[in-house]
Design a protein around this ligand. Structure first.
Ligand SMILES: [Cu+2]
Length: 95
């Protein structure tokens, strides 16, 4: 839950460093300014000093985005999805 709505994020590590992510953001009724706002997405490796990745988001429908990317390394990753200082954080293992 963010202060302006609810964000759902599903990460699928499908092997060979491929990742698919589905994002849905449902703004609260009193947060009309958030309608259609595109979330920020950043992937980073856990416990490694590597540059983060900010993949392009594919708009699926209003409030729904999809990300497809191939990570540069297998291992433990963390992805942040949100707006400004508020985000969901998901850790996953990418084989
Ligand atoms: Cu790495």
């Amino acid at each position: 839950m963010l202060s302006d709505g609810r964000i759902d994020v599903q990460v699928y590590a499908t092997g060979n460093r491929d990742v698919r992510m589905d994002i849905q953001f449902m703004p609260d009724a009193d947060a009309v300014e958030m309608v259609g706002m595109r979330p920020d997405v950043n992937f980073a490796m856990v416990e490694m000093h590597m540059d983060g990745l900010t993949p392009p988001l594919e708009l699926v429908e209003a409030g729904v985005w999809r990300v497809n990317l191939k990570l540069p390394m297998a291992g433990l990753w963390i992805v942040n999805v949100g707006f400004g200082e508020e985000f969901a954080e998901i850790q996953f293992d990418a084989p």
